[in-house]
Design a binder for this molecule. Structure first.
Ligand SMILES: Cc1cc2nc3c(=O)[nH]c(=O)nc-3n(C[C@H](O)[C@H](O)[C@H](O)COP(=O)(O)OP(=O)(O)OC[C@H]3O[C@@H](n4cnc5c(N)ncnc54)[C@H](O)[C@@H]3O)c2cc1C
Length: 496
């Protein structure tokens, strides 16, 4: 039944297209939207309890992207004669206070599978109930809807292939929703300062916090990155249009997706998918249209295959909950994880002395992005060569990645560390991988210019250079570039 006044609390669904939450709320007589920059998301958190190291939950790259995404959403809502209030407050304080202030009958928001997000939802719901305000949540971020799985999520297969085959044969992807027409807002945002219920909130509702407000550095964009990754639904739709239609790269995605350099070896849609600027169902519609208007082949299917991986991890976390964040993961094999902070520090800084690992980590640090091939290799190096607690690496990614998602990140890390959804050995020999996927060493030289004079066959193994060769190429190991911290093959053999 339509309500008089609705409040939409935007979370990781920063879009107007195919947004079921907004679509339902738009049936109200009046509608107000709000986004909260939750201060806890930007602070330093003690990972793994009081005896472990503190890390920053959201680093500058993702905070910048998110800020731009919220600004774009606000612009779009204004173009639709609506508006977005932006608070730098805890949602459990801001949302109920605002609901009371505008006399909302109901609050609508996205539900997410991981425990911090769902605990927050429960708290907001409780506080709304205390004020007699209804709360409605919606599952909106996957290709297949949670309710459309062939089995209850508690019974989905823990291995990807059977899961994928089941959804492909027995589930349908729902049609994306159009942008709804929006009812007027209940009260102009500039009068909110006068409302008593909001007195306890110091941040107000009218300003996008700067990165400095969030306690972060405003880093300059490194133009060596694969894409500038502008945040927001508008940029997301532009990227999809460019990759699929203008540059016409979908037809060769399966062959290029293991690339390392350039904008178009893969779709680069992940940051927009994860902040909810882009609906995966809309991506599917575009893939279907491309298949009927241009070409249907392995590559066009493969993009949907990868979106099924994304879904798989969302449903896995829904099923297994916090077990995924434990050191033993969902399988708890007998592995002697090390708490070696020096090794973690060298890995994180891109100072391991293994060029393929270092180039990828420096790309991550400078841009917030790393290719899938790179992620697999640096994760394997930390977990399977150094045997450092894999969660430390995952937590480092959590800070840095522009496209961080808890399920995709911890799920993939657990997988590679051998504690997740696959019992097979997921070891990657980083030197062999480097020679295969960066045969001309263009990628390592792009991020490690100090190695640029080396011939391609030596750039992946600078430790093989004699003193004379080091002098000839101007690369003095231990001075211009680090000595390798381990022997790649021996370190893995030792741990088997
Ligand atoms: C250790 C590790 C950590 C990762 N952390 C994240 C993360 O925090 N967030 C994230 O979105 N992806 C993560 N991935 C998956 C993958 O690396 C990225 O999704 C991909 O590199 C993003 O680039 P793209 O959009 O060009 O991908 P494309 O190759 O164009 O794929 C299209 C989309 O499919 C999805 N996808 C592709 N591969 C995977 C995968 N293995 N798992 C889940 N979804 C996938 C993504 O949404 C991606 O945007 C991680 C992978 C590893 C190995």
């Amino acid at each position: 039944m339509a309500v008089d006044t609705a409040l939409v609390w935007f979370r990781r669904d920063l879009r107007l297209h195919d947004n079921p939450t907004l679509d339902v709320a738009a049936g109200a007589g009046e509608l107000l939207s709000v986004y909260c920059f939750d201060p806890r998301e930007y602070g330093t958190v003690r990972f793994g309890g009081s005896d472990s190291f503190p890390f920053q939950k959201t680093g500058s790259h993702r905070a910048r992207f998110r800020r731009e995404s919220v600004a774009d959403l606000r612009d779009s809502l204004r173009e639709h004669d609506s508006d977005l209030l932006v608070a730098h407050e805890k949602p459990e304080d801001a949302i109920p206070a605002l609901a009371e202030a505008v006399d909302a009958d109901a609050v609508y928001f996205q539900t997410l599978p991981t425990s911090e997000e769902s605990a927050l939802e429960r708290l907001v719901k409780t506080r709304l109930r205390e004020r007699d305000v209804a709360a409605h949540s919606f599952w909106t971020h996957t290709l297949y809807h949670l309710d459309d799985l062939p089995t209850p999520y508690t019974q989905i297969d823990d291995t990807f292939t059977p899961f994928r085959k089941q959804v492909e044969s027995s589930s349908a992807v729902r049609e994306p929703l159009a942008v709804p027409s929006l009812p007027p807002s209940p009260s102009p945002s500039d009068s909110l300062d006068d409302i008593d219920a909001l007195d306890d909130l110091d941040g107000g509702f009218d300003a996008l916090p700067t990165l400095a407000d969030l306690g972060l550095d405003d880093r300059s964009v490194d133009d060596r990155g694969v894409l500038p990754f502008a945040g927001g639904e508008s940029a997301a739709l532009d990227r999809l249009e460019t990759y699929v239609w203008e540059h016409d790269r979908l037809r060769e995605y399966k062959q290029t997706r293991n690339g390392l350099l350039g904008a178009d070896y893969s779709s680069k849609l992940s940051p927009w998918l994860n902040e909810g600027c882009l609906s995966p169902r809309y991506v599917k519609v575009e893939v279907d249209r491309y298949e009927s208007e241009r070409v249907a082949n392995d590559s066009t299917y493969w993009l949907l295959f990868e979106l099924a991986w994304r879904d798989f991890f969302q449903f896995q976390f829904q099923k297994h909950g916090d077990r995924f964040f434990s050191r033993g993961g969902i399988r708890n094999p007998d592995i002697d994880w090390q708490e070696d902070r020096d090794a973690l520090g060298r890995w994180a800084a891109g100072e391991t002395g293994i060029p393929f690992v270092d180039a990828n980590m420096r790309e991550l640090n400078r841009t917030g992005f790393m290719s899938n091939r790179g992620r697999q290799n640096v994760a394997s190096f930390l977990a399977n060569n150094l045997r450092v607690d894999w969660r430390w690496g995952a937590a480092y990614f959590e800070t840095q990645l522009v496209d961080y998602d808890p399920c995709s990140n911890y799920g993939n890390w657990a997988y590679i560390a051998g504690v997740g959804n696959d019992s097979r050995d997921r070891y990657f020999n980083v030197v062999k991988q480097a020679k295969k996927y960066d045969s001309q060493a263009e990628y390592v030289k792009h991020w490690l210019p100090e190695l640029s004079a080396l011939p391609a066959d030596r750039a992946h193994e600078p430790w093989t250079l004699s003193p004379e060769e080091q002098a000839k190429y101007g690369v003095h190991l231990g001075v211009d570039y680090p000595q390798p911290m381990v022997d790649v093959e021996a370190s893995y053999e030792k741990l088997r």
